[in-house]
Design a protein around this ligand. Structure first.
Ligand SMILES: [Zn+2]
Length: 493
């Protein structure tokens, strides 16, 4: 019955897609003027209110001179808080999603939860013009008992939805969005008590599901992977196993965005901060080898993860995103871990998003009341409007990362002689649609890029800013205005 309903559903969807594609051909006679993010149909909807209050740790100074590509707003405007509300409620309704919980039941436990997530992902998949659709798969890893948080051998199963890139030379680049779907109660080994995990990390999984719906029809240059992990609460098991296997297969992972506890904007005291989300990034890479060079350059705050975080903050400012990142120059919060860390450990750019005022009574706690103090990660405390704002930020970042050319490689300061001007050189990005480069720079004491200059399709530039007192970087842009993240300039001596 279920498969029949699904076939009918898909058939009607195909018919709609075919009809709308035909309508565009009839109306326009050509589709060549469409930008890459646009769909055949018109998707204009009302824009949510935009907060313009300046926030701490938010880049605005290096905002590109041009207007942002208009296609991005049209895509992110389709994000629906109503669907997010339903997804968070449904995830919480599995009772517990503990990694060692039941996998037989269709209504309770981690097995039912992952089937449901995969089904929602498959529903999001639609046919794409000349490209494979969103591909959904289980990514299974056998984890043996460790006598600590894994008391018996268990299959840790990630749910993967992959949107293959459509541009040769860019499709091999992979950008990940990650959230964990497992949950836990007070005792990390308790696999039977209720552990609704609405915020930790039902909110992050809701971001993934909404991204699947709005991105599935798009034809992005690079490949996007939406990954719901298991085993996070037992020690980052799913993310670590996946990252290791991907690196062994030589998958080219350029960026990982982990969304974990992104649903409740209220502060422990004072008004809610629904306009901000913390964005954690490591400074010194976990696998840094040439620390002598980093010391000489003073480059301890310019890892690829940190540049990824700065890039997302720049994009948020450029697009006037309602939820802006508050950059935190630290790999993670104290006493806590997350799924970005195994990627960092393998030398991959990876960052973590988490709300500002975490409520510790509402995470990793049995659902209960003690006097008038309530505990437990229940869905009522997740604000779907806030999660929608976070999803908007995630989508903006992914649309740029997967539509833009690569950052130039081998960006460097030419420091062969003393002088007050600074010569920069770089190797052009390989993609065919590169339209030019922007150089950025900042004082050595500044946390974020302060200045930007468009230098067109050059491979070098000489700036008046002195190399002794500034850091420099270069980013690429394409004909539509999509920006790469900044490549930090090392030194050629
Ligand atoms: Zn978590």
């Amino acid at each position: 019955m279920r498969s029949m309903a699904r076939t009918v559903h898909l058939a009607s969807r195909l018919a709609i897609a075919a009809a709308s594609a035909l309508a565009v051909v009839l109306a326009l006679g050509a589709t060549a003027c469409r930008t890459k993010l646009e769909l055949p149909e018109d998707h204009t909807e009302t824009t949510p209110p935009v907060t313009t209050v300046p926030l701490p740790g938010t880049a605005t100074a290096d905002r590109p001179a041009a207007d942002p590509p208009p296609g991005v707003a049209r895509v992110v405007d389709t994000i629906d808080p109503g669907r997010i509300r339903k997804d968070v409620d449904r995830l919480a309704a599995f009772g517990t999603r503990h990694t060692l919980s039941d996998t037989e039941s269709t209504t309770r436990g981690i097995g039912a939860a992952r089937e449901w997530i995969a089904t929602r992902m498959r529903e999001a998949s639609v046919p794409r013009e000349g490209a494979p659709p969103l591909l959904v798969a289980f990514d299974r890893h056998r984890i043996t008992a460790d006598g600590k948080r894994v008391t018996r051998d268990v299959d840790v199963v990630n749910v993967l939805a992959t949107l293959p890139g459509v541009v040769e030379g860019a499709a091999a680049r992979h950008y990940y969005v990650v959230a964990h779907y497992d949950s836990r109660a007070s005792d990390p080994l308790d696999a039977t008590s209720d552990a609704p995990g609405a915020n930790d990390d039902g909110s992050g999984v809701a971001v993934l599901l909404e991204l699947a719906r709005i991105l599935a029809p798009r034809r992005l240059d690079a490949t996007v992977v939406l990954m719901a992990t298991a085993g996070e609460e037992q020690g980052l098991l799913g993310a670590r196993a996946h990252a290791k296997a991907a690196v062994a297969r030589k998958v080219d992972i350029r960026g990982v965005l982990s969304f974990d506890i992104v649903g409740d904007p209220r502060m422990p005291d004072g008004p809610a901060r629904a306009d901000v989300i913390r964005l954690f990034s490591e400074g010194l890479p976990a696998n840094a080898s040439d620390t002598a060079a980093l010391r000489m350059q003073g480059a301890e705050s310019d890892s690829i993860s940190r540049e990824l975080a700065r890039h997302i903050a720049t994009l948020a400012g450029w697009h006037a995103a309602p939820v802006r990142p508050m950059l935190v120059f630290r790999p993670d919060r104290f006493l806590r871990g997350g799924d970005h860390t195994p990627f960092n450990e393998l030398g991959i750019a990876a960052v973590r998003f988490t709300e500002l005022g975490e409520n510790y009574d509402r995470q990793h706690q049995d659902v209960r009341t003690e006097g008038d103090r309530a505990f437990g990660d229940v869905p009522e405390l997740v604000d779907p409007q806030y999660v929608a704002g976070v999803t908007r930020l995630a989508a903006t970042a992914i649309l740029h990362l997967a539509s833009a050319p690569s950052a130039p490689t081998d960006a460097r300061i030419v420091a062969k002689e003393l002088g007050h001007a600074t010569e920069l050189r770089w190797t052009p990005a390989p993609e065919a649609d590169v339209a030019g480069y922007e150089v950025v720079w900042r004082a050595t004491t500044a946390g974020e890029w302060e200045h930007v200059q468009d230098v067109g399709k050059a491979g070098s530039v000489t700036l008046a800013a002195h190399k002794d007192e500034h850091f420099f970087g270069v980013r690429s842009y394409d004909e539509e205005g999509f920006r790469s993240q900044v490549a930090f300039c090392g030194v050629e001596r």
